[in-house]
Design a binder for this molecule. Sequence first.
Ligand SMILES: [Zn+2]
Length: 316
Amino acid sequence: MVLPVESPAPIAVTRRSLLAGAAALAAAGTMFAGKAVATPSRRFGHGKFQIDVFSDGFITLPDTVIAPDGTPAERADIIRRLGGRQGTANIPVNIPLIRAGEALILVDTGSGDKFQATAGRLRDNLLAAGIAPDAVTHVVLTHAHPDHAGGILRPDGSLSFPNAVYHVAAAEWDFWMGQDPAARYPGLSGFVPGARRDLGAIAGRLVRMRDGDEPVSGLRVLATPGHTPGHISLELAGDDGLLITGDAITNVVASFEHPHWRFGFDTDQDQGVATRSRLIERAAAEKLRMLGYHWTSPGFAIAERYGAAYRCVALS
Ligand SMILES: [Zn+2]
């Protein structure tokens, strides 16, 4: 696990030091840019963990997926605020690489070449930062959708992270690999072959997880079903709370300001709403910092109560 020499020292982010940390991180981005790294990582400290957030690129989603319950005017406003146009927005993909002692843990793998062509940059961005893919010791999957698990395999069929063990929720594995998932959720049929391909590729390196398990000490699995039946988030031990939310809270506008709206790609949309509402309510009450997979890069934010709902306050 090689770090760029120019890397800034880990920044211990507490609520008090967040503003100072944001300025330092902006400076760090400039330094990375100076080394011709196309997409700089961002570094955060949390307890004993050091987290670098890498971009996998972006995916493009229509307003009918982002906010199917919004009126046309509400959807247009959300797309505008996401920087999109004509009913679609480009949505970032933020992937945390967590160091804990000797462990180098990736949370999700990005799309590889298996989803939209604007995503799949993770491996190149790791290499550009001097991180060898074979140094990754653990991959933890939040779920098996193609923008999260498509990067398990390289185009030639080999594993992108050949030395890692792969942690997958038992419920997620059993759903996709069990009896025809699309029989229960017909809308899923397009995702099933890819999920079976990607999960099948790691069957020999699999660790099945349950709620409360710790893939490494202090990194705890939090079952957050709905987006997929076995979707998980991660809770990191540290002085303040930190949640890695995967796709339990998908969008910086719609999910926070309208937590009771459905999300188009949730497998069980009612369960998705219930999980999202519960998670945001807890995060706001406990002032937990969160890292969102599809939030404004690098995806680090808190939920703040705002009127009858919340707003997403980015922390860098
Ligand atoms: Zn996703």
